[in-house]
Ligand binder design. Structure first.
Ligand code: ZN
Length: 506
């Protein structure tokens, strides 16, 4: 750490996995944050668990770029595009590994867009960086940190005394139960593959030692070095990557550096369970991310993650997502009310009286939950805010906060207008007066029985009668029933999922 980089007590502090301490976030290059986050191995369908750490680093990146911190961020997220599974799937389907990866990764990218996760500045595919990977392996061999065998090239863990420092594991502990598989020709059970020589029918790239493909760990070391340079400021990923993946990245990168460490800070996002269990095909609780996003508002999913500390293990349940959806609507209702009361204003965002508490939450290791609670506290004071004429300034602050959280689309004018329409429809329904049912009964003249349970039950009964008439091919009656509803201001909409209705505007 440069001696002149004095920590600012009013600035972001983050938990550094490597030092096990919350430390001020500083950058090696003033004003420029260089971040590498391990991306997806898209050799199968992605689920929400894969997205959790990406959602956290998206919020961190937005906060670093926010005027409060003012960093320019270079954000690299790699794609591990060749692995045993993509090769096996390609073989089974009679296609190539890159087609398998493209299929799954395209779908995942669509889901990331729906979740409003920003695209990285660079998204390197491992197979596009083979020359850099091969060069790095060559350097490790030259310094005796790696050796060539019949089946591949291995990293010599015993050559790196700091091995285990990131994860807090020691080599003796790791050796317990470690074995060398029959088909592996490594010298020590802890050694890991840098390069795997190609078996027949496997995709292969040339190297000075024989054709093959890179090991997973060396890919990230080489791509981070090529695209960001080492050392860089922050390396991130999911909690499950600390060991062995990140431990191995350090072991590969640092012996080749004049001034380690590879990354000043290491940050890891907690893992996600579903109804108390890990999501997996074998447990029968697997739901592809795209299907989950069809069922739940992506902004509510983001809010749910914000309510939990990023490092904590989290349990996704139908109940918890319903709660997050209700919380999102509460904030939208608040924003709607502020907009109705005060129009829109720009500027003064960070000067809002609640801003200090909000930013203090984020500055304390990205405690999004406490930052979010500042917004809910404001929502509870809506009446007073409107009365004091602070609506416009408060709306600007809420929208600014939503921008950092990545949920701004739920608070823009279009979303609030839609919210307005939903409210108007509720209002119109409430306005259907007591004589509505009687008038409707008179119009349909006994074609359906309206049992006097109120407007909604009467509308449902007429829709049921219309569906029955259409099924019986009595389209004239079906149309008459529809027209009767229309005359009372109820508009029907038919779709493959059934018939819905709205109260006509005006
Ligand atoms: Zn990685």
């Amino acid at each position: 750490m440069p001696a002149n980089a004095m920590p600012n007590p009013m600035a972001l502090r983050l938990y550094n996995t490597r030092t096990r301490q919350i430390e001020p976030f500083r950058t090696l290059e003033p004003g420029h944050a260089r971040i590498y986050v391990c991306g997806l191995t898209p050799s199968a369908e992605g689920h929400l668990g894969h997205a959790r750490s990406f959602l956290f680093f998206d919020v961190l990146r937005r906060y670093l770029e926010h005027p409060r911190n003012g960093y320019r961020v270079t954000f690299v997220k790699n794609v591990t595009d060749v692995d045993d599974r993509s090769i096996a799937t390609a073989k089974a389907e009679g296609t190539t590994f890159d087609r398998v990866v493209a299929r799954f990764y395209d779908a995942f990218r669509v889901s990331m867009r729906r979740l409003n996760v920003r695209e990285p500045d660079a998204e390197p595919y491992a197979t596009h960086f083979v020359p850099q990977i091969v060069a790095m392996i060559g350097e490790l061999i030259a310094r005796d940190f790696a050796y060539v065998t019949d089946d591949g090239i291995y990293y010599r863990v015993a050559a790196f005394p700091r091995y285990g420092a990131l994860s807090g594991k020691n080599v003796e502990e790791l050796l317990v139960g470690a074995r060398i598989a029959e088909n592996e020709h490594k010298h020590d059970p802890l050694d890991f593959a840098l390069w795997k020589f190609a078996k027949p029918d496997e995709p292969r790239w040339d190297s000075p030692w024989g054709a093959g493909r890179p090991g997973w760990h060396i890919e990230c070391s080489a791509m981070a070095r090529s695209l960001l340079g080492v050392p860089f400021d922050l390396h991130g990923g999911g909690y499950d990557l600390i060991f062995p993946h990140h431990e191995n990245e350090i072991a590969q990168s640092e012996p080749l550096m004049d001034a380690p460490p590879m990354a000043v800070m290491w940050a890891h996002g907690g893992l996600l369970n579903f109804e108390g269990r890990k999501m997996s095909k074998s447990l029968g609780n697997f739901e592809p991310l795209s299907a989950l996003l069809d069922r739940h508002d992506p902004m509510a999913i983001r809010l749910l993650f914000l309510q939990t500390g990023y490092q904590k293990p989290m349990n996704f349940t139908e109940e918890s997502i319903a709660g997050a959806k209700a919380a999102l609507e509460r904030l939208q209702r608040f924003a709607f009310r502020l907009r109705a009361a005060g129009g829109t204003a720009t500027g003064e965002r960070s000067a809002h009286p609640a801003a200090a508490e909000f930013f203090a939450g984020l500055d304390h290791d990205m405690d999004t939950s406490s930052a979010l609670s500042v917004l809910f506290k404001l929502a509870n004071q809506a009446q007073g805010i409107v009365e004091r004429g602070e609506a416009a300034a408060t709306l600007a602050f809420v929208r600014d906060a939503a921008g950092i959280f990545g949920i701004a689309p739920a608070f823009d004018d279009a979303a609030l207008d839609a919210f307005d329409e939903a409210r108007a429809a509720e209002g119109a329904l409430a306005a259907l007066d007591a004589s509505f049912v009687a008038r409707l009964a008179e119009r349909i003249g006994g074609s359906a029985h309206l049992n006097g349970d109120g407007p909604e039950a009467a509308i449902a009964a007429v829709i049921a009668a219309r569906n029955a008439a259409r099924k019986a091919k009595d389209f004239a009656l079906g149309d008459r029933l529809r027209d009767a509803l229309a005359a009372e201001g109820i508009v029907l909409k038919d779709s493959k999922d059934g018939t819905t209705w709205t109260v006509a505007a005006g």
